[in-house]
Design a protein around this ligand. Structure first.
Ligand code: FAD
Ligand code: SF4
Length: 518
């Protein structure tokens, strides 16, 4: 019987894929732990565990459903140099006449799978992942390489295309965007009302032992019991939990940040869904997530208001699909972009959290603890600091790619190199997301616990972000001067007395020269 080898990558755990509609003994499914995947960047241990545990659970589920599955661990694949070497060996061993794969979401893997040489007589066939809402073939119509596309316009077209939150051809409630209503701060007292996050206790001790046995390099807090969902059932429970307990306040506190206190277990995730890992590995389909949230909204009879549901839909239907489009339209050049010529090394405290800057200490500390930070922590705390300090976007990308449980290059890179670092010169957003201590003071309670004074711009106790902000704006004046969204900032800088400007710039320079000791 002619045999087909079908590859399932670690982020292709889509039980609803048409591949699995019927069983076929002539098809072998391959799910493999590989050193090329543990080693392409320096990963958080919880990220590797979440991927490996989910792959194992998926293999078990396929096996139970009657499919022929080869689930290989690092012990089985250690002798193979890379994925092509493994595929070739298996094709020869089983006399495969066909090798099939789903189109990878990552450029690196797509090139590898399209280009390696198969054994003679073995054909290669590429399938769609059947996951994204915008068909891969339509990316070219929506995005042009090297050209800015406005996410807001893209999002509106997606709302119309999928008839989501629409009244005829008008947006429900008369507005497309409720962002202005979604900027609330959370106080320490309000933290008590935030529901404790639903977490899981998946045993991953055997995986951690395997990583040790094979000398796989990793960092972050290792826990033998993993809190991330690793099965479709767990992912669905997390989705239900979100719709019931968190969606009613999702948009309202989307941008809020709050420092951890001893014993509190809610401050790290607040009203965020923590669904990104489950969606990115395709245990959940984005439309399934949107449908569940819309159903909860309709059921709630006003308890969940329009601003909350619109805020959530925009993330999945808008941002997630948008960054994927930017990635594919602009790769491989995108990975080389460094529009602001940033070259500084990433400070060592990004790997330890050991810094006097409370905002960074909290955001990095929780990232090391949970392999998770919510969007505003990624954008406005760690990302903002790297932007202001001019850290090399290659190093920033590698850090984000390694530390977060949901990090895959197609979504990590446009968010980091693009939205956060402006290294793409403005393909994701029209302005740099730069901020001083004021922003942190407005959206978090970090500053109250900090050794630095958020109200001061100069002096040795002044908040480093304040002077770094003006140093950044000053050294990139040529780039941002004529940006309509930033012009006002230069006008207020120009009104400042020159000696004050010089003192701020001197403090900013001192912070850059002593960046590792801040
Ligand atoms: P929620 O706040 O609950 O949002 C709901 C869902 O919307 C998310 O699960 C996600 O699927 C989607 N979403 C929200 N914002 C974005 C966005 N900007 N881009 C794409 N999808 C979005 N997201 C990743 O999935 N992987 C990454 O590697 C990643 N790296 C990032 C790096 C930086 C510098 C920044 C600023 C953002 C990054 N994001 C990334 C986007 C976003 O921060 C995460 O998707 C989100 O924090 C995941 O947590 P959540 O599931 O609780 O999200
Ligand atoms: Fe961060 Fe400055 Fe606030 Fe300290 S004072 S937490 S460094 S913004």
């Amino acid at each position: 019987m002619a045999t087909t080898l079908r590859l399932i990558l670690g982020d292709q755990l889509n039980a609803r894929h048409s591949w699995f509609r019927q069983t076929d003994d002539s098809v072998i499914y391959l799910i493999a732990e590989l050193r090329q995947e543990t080693d392409y960047t320096h990963h958080h241990v919880q990220k590797i565990c979440a991927f490996f545990a989910s792959m194992e659970a998926f293999a078990t589920a396929l096996d139970k459903a009657g499919h022929r599955v080869h689930h290989l661990t690092l012990d089985d694949t250690a002798d193979f140099a890379d994925l092509p070497a493994l595929i070739n060996a298996l094709c020869k061993q089983h006399g495969c006449q066909q090798f099939e794969y789903q189109r990878p979401d990552e450029y690196r893997l797509l090139q590898q799978l399209r280009e390696f040489r198969l054994p003679k007589g073995c054909r290669r066939l590429e399938y769609d992942t059947e996951h994204f809402l915008l068909p891969f073939e339509d990316i070219d119509q929506e995005f042009t390489p090297g050209k800015l596309r406005m996410m807001e316009h893209f999002y509106r077209r997606m709302r119309k295309r999928f008839l989501i939150l629409m009244d005829g051809d008008q947006p429900r409630g008369g507005r497309w965007n409720f962002d202005q209503d979604n900027r609330n701060k959370l106080s320490g007292a309000q933290l008590a009302d935030v529901p404790a996050p639903l977490t899981f206790a998946n045993p991953v001790g055997a995986i951690i032992e395997r990583l040790q046995r094979h000398g796989v390099d990793h960092f972050g807090r290792a826990t033998k019991s993993l809190l991330w969902p690793v099965t479709r059932k767990q992912a669905q429970s997390l989705l239900e939990f979100f719709c019931t307990h968190l969606l009613p306040n999702f948009g309202r506190y989307q941008d809020a940040m709050i420092g951890a206190t001893t014993g509190d277990d809610t401050s790290w995730s607040l009203y965020h869904s923590r669904l990104s890992f489950a969606i990115n590995v395709k245990m959940l389909h984005p439309m399934q997530v949107i449908d569940a949230a819309l159903a909860a909204f309709e059921r709630s009879e006003g308890q969940i208001d329009l601003a909350q549901i619109e805020g959530f839909v925009r993330q999945i239907l808008g941002w997630r699909e948008f960054v994927r489009g930017v990635y594919w339209a602009n790769m491989p050049d995108y990975a080389q972009r460094n529009a602001l010529s940033a070259e500084r090394a990433l400070p060592a405290y990004f790997w330890t959290g050991e810094t006097g800057m409370q905002c960074l200490r909290q955001a990095i500390g929780q990232s090391l603890n949970y392999a998770y930070a919510h969007h505003i922590q990624r954008l406005m705390v760690t990302g903002n600091f790297c932007l202001l300090a001019g850290v090399d976007p290659d190093e920033v990308d590698q850090w984000y790619l390694g530390i977060y449980v949901d990090a895959l290059e197609w979504v990590e890179m446009p968010n980091t190199r693009g939205m956060s670092q402006y290294a793409d010169g403005g393909l994701v957003g029209t302005k740099a997301y730069a901020a001083g201590g004021n922003y942190m003071q407005k959206m978090s309670n970090y500053c109250g616990q900090c050794q630095y004074k958020v109200s001061a711009k100069t002096g040795e106790n002044s908040c480093p972000l304040n002077s770094l902000y003006w140093h950044f704006m000053d050294r990139h004046r040529q780039t941002f001067n004529r940006n309509p969204r930033l012009g006002m900032i230069y006008r207020s800088w120009d009104k400042m007395a020159e000696d004050k400007q010089q003192a701020i710039l001197a403090r900013g320079q001192w912070c850059l020269d002593n960046i590792n000791s801040l």
